[in-house]
Ligand binder design. Structure first.
Ligand code: ADP
Ligand code: MG
Length: 332
């Protein structure tokens, strides 16, 4: 059994990763938002890290389901199954959500109906309290920005399914933009490039590994390479090729321009005082995409605004949800 006061969680339910913060403990879970389903009888075969290992390697009857799409819940059943599994992992035998207080992050700009649906799903499973909070606000709080003050802060969160750009002041999101170009779209760009250039078919996981290993947003000084394996489109047989950092750097150009454009448009839309604050205090970069080599420098060069990468870019949204939980309970 867990102690009553520890029965409080901040959840970052992301398109790529689910991260759970527990009161008094910190981050207790970080796993991919993925479920593997047996098509024949609809049963769940694997969830999270275990399911991710199966991507691209499933036999005919197994299929991979991503419970979230573009930041929002696309499949409530698999989302619930997945969360139940994760909570069993962290809580042992305690019935999941029983009596828990939950703060859960949702993308900025979702409707109140969508927010309510997320809260009700959690309450329905036995939680005592559920609050949906906007991701950029949680991320800013988790990274230690002064979100409650009358000062403009900009957050650029590059996740798996979406890139969110938001300006925050006085505890709320003033303006925000979201695009579907993010980590997973970079992976798809890599797959397309390798197919075009080398006639080689590669999977999502290989593309992601390539991006993480040699991807760079600034011109690479030494041109490192990575060897990858795929299927030759002509012979149909396995083939190995080497891809260089310079190639990835070039193909990232398009994506980087879309991020710069989002930042520009968001600054354009917000009140001048807040834009001034951002110009002076800089942009907070977070989400797994913030780990891309040289991204801070590149965005800084292109926008002329200082860019700071969050201390724990991938975890800061969950940390912020946890902080908000502790803060609200202190005041309650
Ligand atoms: P979400 O909030 O959508 O779940 P995350 O913030 O967890 O997403 O970020 C996941 C994305 O970050 C994935 O697309 C992943 O490939 C990407 N990512 C993780 N590490 C790196 C890295 N070192 N370089 C570039 N991209 C990365
Ligand atoms: Mg996220």
């Amino acid at each position: 059994m867990i102690k009553r006061w520890e029965n409080a969680f901040g959840i970052d339910l992301g398109t790529s990763s689910t991260i759970i913060y527990q009161k008094g403990k910190g981050i207790v879970l970080h796993e991919p938002t993925v479920v593997a389903i047996d098509e024949e009888n609809g049963s769940v075969r694997a969830i999270g890290t275990e399911a991710q290992a199966m991507i691209g390697r499933t036999p005919g009857r197994l299929s991979i389901v991503y419970p979230l799409k573009d930041g929002v819940i696309a499949n409530y059943d698999s989302t619930t199954l997945m969360l139940q599994h994760f909570f069993r992992k962290i809580q042992g035998r305690t019935p999941w959500f029983r009596g828990a207080r939950i703060f859960i992050s949702v993308p900025s700009g979702v409707t109140n109906v969508q927010k309510r649906a997320v809260e009700e799903t959690v309450i329905h499973k036995g939680a005592r309290k559920a609050v949906a909070i906007e991701e950029p606000l949680a991320a800013a709080l988790g990274a230690g920005l002064p979100v409650e003050e009358p000062i403009g802060s900009m957050v650029v969160d590059i996740g798996g399914g979406t890139t969110q750009v938001a300006i925050i002041s006085l505890g709320g999101v003033v303006v925000s933009r979201s695009t579907r170009r993010a980590g997973m779209s970079i992976d798809r760009d890599i797959i397309d490039y390798v197919k075009r250039r080398y006639n080689l078919a590669i999977g999502e996981r290989t593309a992601e590994e390539l991006k993480k290993a040699i991807g760079t947003a600034v011109k690479p000084e030494e041109n490192s390479q990575m060897t990858i394996r795929g299927r030759d489109q002509v012979s149909g047989l396995p083939k190995t090729i080497a891809v260089s950092a310079a190639e990835i750097y070039e193909l990232l150009d398009d994506f980087l321009q879309s991020v710069t454009e989002s930042i520009r448009l968001t600054l354009e839309q917000c009140p001048p005082e807040l834009a001034g604050d951002v110009m002076e205090r800089g942009i907070l970069l977070c989400g797994g995409g913030a780990l891309l080599r040289g991204l801070d420098k590149r965005l800084q060069d292109e926008t002329g605004v200082p860019v700071i990468v969050a201390d724990q870019p991938q975890e800061c949204t969950a940390l912020g949800a946890g902080k908000m939980l502790e803060f609200k309970e202190l005041r309650a």
